[in-house]
Write a protein that binds this ligand. Structure first.
Ligand code: CMP
Length: 138
């Protein structure tokens, strides 16, 4: 079925000038952009967005990284969007990311890994609503 996923182009990739390259890979993958903006998370925003990871040893580093500069937040629509987008972005660790994936091409490390993709339909809806008002979703 057609469904939606939520993505962020993370601060490392925005800083490095990869917004255009990543959006091209997303479009070539057959995803339609139904919401999109350049925005920056505060420390509190990042703590809330990643609350599920708050007991992890890398939580502080993750929050600092994700709030350090602008991101591109977007909602994408496609058949099987959540799973297909995770395939397109590749493994969390860029050393393990398959050839042809966004992280293989653009990620620097396991922490600074260029893009986010929701891991379920339920989280896609929660994460999309975190960043977008209803009138910003098309
Ligand atoms: P993502 O899967 O989008 O969401 C959780 C993020 O936590 C992950 O991307 C990485 O950016 C980060 N992360 C996961 N594992 C580590 C780690 N071992 N060290 C630092 N950051 C990590």
């Amino acid at each position: 079925a057609t469904n939606r996923t939520f993505t962020m182009i993370k601060p490392d990739a925005v800083e490095a000038g990869h917004i255009g390259g990543i959006l091209n890979m997303i479009a070539d993958g057959g995803f339609r952009i139904v919401a999109m903006k350049l925005t920056q998370m505060t420390v509190a925003d990042a703590q809330n967005f990643y609350a599920i990871h708050k007991e992890r040893p890398f939580f502080g580093e993750l929050v600092e990284f994700m709030s350090r500069g602008p991101i591109v937040a977007a909602i994408l629509e496609k058949e099987n969007a959540v799973e297909d987008f995770r395939t397109l972005i590749g493994a969390t660790n860029p050393e393990q990311a398959a050839e042809g994936t966004i992280r293989k091409k653009y990620a620097k490390s396991i922490g600074e890994n260029a893009v986010h993709g929701s891991d379920s339909d339920e989280n896609a809806a929660i994460e999309g609503a975190f960043h977008f008002a209803g009138r910003e979703m098309f």
